[in-house]
Design a protein around this ligand. Structure first.
Ligand SMILES: Nc1ncnc2c1ncn2[C@@H]1O[C@H](COP(=O)(O)OP(=O)(O)OP(=O)(O)O)[C@@H](O)[C@H]1O
Length: 241
């Protein structure tokens, strides 16, 4: 099994009973790209990520993550792939430094989390519990934890939902720095300004099916729109908005 892409998906289909969440999805994501998977609520974005990570089994299709099989090679991939913790995965009573220590201990080649905490402006929060952090601070901590193992690829699902404009820009800066250091980023987002700012390439899903792909500029041009917001609305159609 091999692939020169960071992530390669061929004909991914995932059904839950008689409902098809993702249908015949093909992705070829180069190393070092910021890739955005877009779509309305329930379009199939999280299901796609789950299948790529091997936490869900695909109904059909093949997936290569860093050239490996996400299910068979999960242990090996764990060291190379960072995943954003969902808020409900945190034990909220833990202190920031405790959570960092625990996560740090899981990896063979972890980063210096104290240095990163300072870089993220969270140094003074080390002894606070997760519940004491603001939404933006929690999201930064999520990125830090996802980066802990020095991953080659990082998955971020709806990273800036619920954040104010300043916190969102802060997160964008962090992601750009991470990407400049060579990390491939796979993200989902409902914010088209964010997509325009960050993504090298995008795919839009509608009801589980890919309806368009390309760079942001290509998608805007192909849909004869003024910006990504308008392109998204045109492509998705008003019936589901
Ligand atoms: N475990 C499951 N069992 C049954 N149906 C599921 C399951 N997980 C997802 N689905 C269904 O699959 C479809 C795609 O869901 P998914 O969570 O992938 O969408 P999404 O694009 O991530 O949505 P959102 O933007 O709201 O997070 C939805 O109709 C959802 O109800």
């Amino acid at each position: 099994m091999n692939s020169t892409y960071a992530i390669e998906v061929n004909g991914l289909t995932k059904s839950f009973g008689d409902q098809t969440a993702v249908q015949d999805l093909h992705l070829q994501i180069e190393h070092g790209q910021i890739f955005g998977l877009l779509g309305h609520n329930g379009a199939g974005k999280s299901t796609t990520i789950d299948c790529i990570l091997g936490t869900q089994t695909a109904s059909a299709g093949t997936i290569h993550l860093l050239g490996a099989d996400p299910i068979k090679d999960r242990k090996h991939l764990f060291q190379k792939v960072g995943v954003q913790f969902q808020e409900n995965a945190f034990q909220l009573g833990l202190k920031v430094n405790e959570l960092c220590e625990i996560t740090h201990s899981l990896y063979k080649n972890p980063l210096d989390w104290k240095e990163k905490l300072a870089e993220f402006g969270l140094e003074s929060k080390a002894k606070k519990t997760i519940t004491d952090l603001s939404g933006g601070e929690r999201q930064k901590l999520c990125i830090l934890l996802a980066m802990m193992g020095n991953p080659e690829v990082i998955f971020l699902d709806e990273l800036t939902t619920g954040l104010d404009p300043v916190a969102r820009r802060d997160i964008w800066k962090t992601l750009k720095q991470l990407n400049a250091a060579g990390v491939t980023i796979f993200l989902t987002s409902h914010f088209m300004d964010e997509v325009e700012q960050l993504c090298d390439r995008i795919v839009i899903l509608k009801n589980g099916r890919p309806i368009t792909s390309g760079t942001v500029a290509e998608v805007i041009e192909a849909s004869d729109a003024k910006n990504m917001d308008e392109a998204f609305l045109k492509l998705i159609g008003e019936d589901i908005l």
